[in-house]
Design a protein around this ligand. Structure first.
Ligand code: PGA
Length: 247
């Protein structure tokens, strides 16, 4: 399956970060790698980056959206607005959104439908906490989140799933190849049970302290179809090194 290497900039980046985008774009030129490359900057940079990357191999996405198309929701941004400004993807249900903004899986499912209706590809995030893992609840938590975050209306529409163990995000700890293989297989099995053949073709990304030093090993694990990269996506050379590991 073609891989997807996605950078999640979180709340980082100013207009001067267009230099990083330029470096990534030039690094992708002529790179013969069977993978898509995506950067998800904060809202403020979406329009500029979408213009800067038009016609290049680098795609631009957002980090969340509202579930409504428009209306009285001060401070929010709709999926239609994101598509209008040039975003192709939107990350939904990231654990930081679930924790900081109380997003439940049912909220995520509504946002996923809004994204689909706007023509965006949603990247739906799931993952267990350290306490969940230590209590032996990883499988249950991940599959419960997955089931409730994916609306039935996704059938026939492209979408991506990201497995991000919360204890591995921004901590420098990564899940072992065995831990990743186990969860990704559970996710693949659940996707296939629910969406049939379509579930076989859904990209399942791993996220959590991916960096140039561990990318090749992680991207080589069965059912790992790419990465969602936070910290290491802020530096063009690190992000490009991870991208090249996908080839
Ligand atoms: P990290 O973040 O690579 O900095 O651990 C990943 C993510 O939260 O998407």
């Amino acid at each position: 399956m073609r891989k997807l290497i996605a950078g999640n900039w979180k709340m980082n980046g100013l207009r001067a970060s267009s230099d990083v985008i330029a470096e990534i774009v030039s690094g992708l030129e002529g790179a013969d790698i069977d993978a898509d490359c995506l950067i998800c900057p904060p809202f403020t940079l979406l329009g500029g980056f979408a213009g800067q990357t038009k016609g290049t191999a680098l795609k631009i996405g957002a980090q969340t959206c509202h579930s409504a198309v428009s209306g009285a929701h001060t401070g929010d941004v709709s999926a239609q607005m994101l598509a209008d400004i040039g975003a192709a993807y939107v990350i939904l249900g990231h654990s930081e959104r679930r924790a900081d903004h109380g997003e439940a899986s049912a909220d995520v499912a509504l946002k996923v439908m809004a994204a689909i209706e706007a023509g965006l590809i949603p990247i739906v995030c799931v993952g267990e906490s350290l306490a969940d893992r230590e209590a032996g609840l990883t499988r249950k938590i991940v599959l419960d989140q997955l089931g409730a975050s994916l609306p039935d209306g996704l059938a026939g529409h492209p979408f991506v799933v990201a497995y991000e163990p919360i204890w591995a995000i921004g901590t420098g700890l990564t899940a072992s190849a065995e831990q990743i293989a186990e969860v990704h297989l559970e996710i693949r099995t659940a996707l296939t049970a629910r969406f049939g053949d379509q579930g076989q073709g859904v990209q399942i990304l791993y996220g959590g302290s991916m960096k140039p030093a561990n990318a090749a090993e992680i991207l080589g694990v069965a059912n790992v179809d790419g990465g969602l990269i936070g910290g290491a996506s802020l530096k063009a050379s690190d992000f490009l090194a991870i991208f090249r590991s996908a080839g």
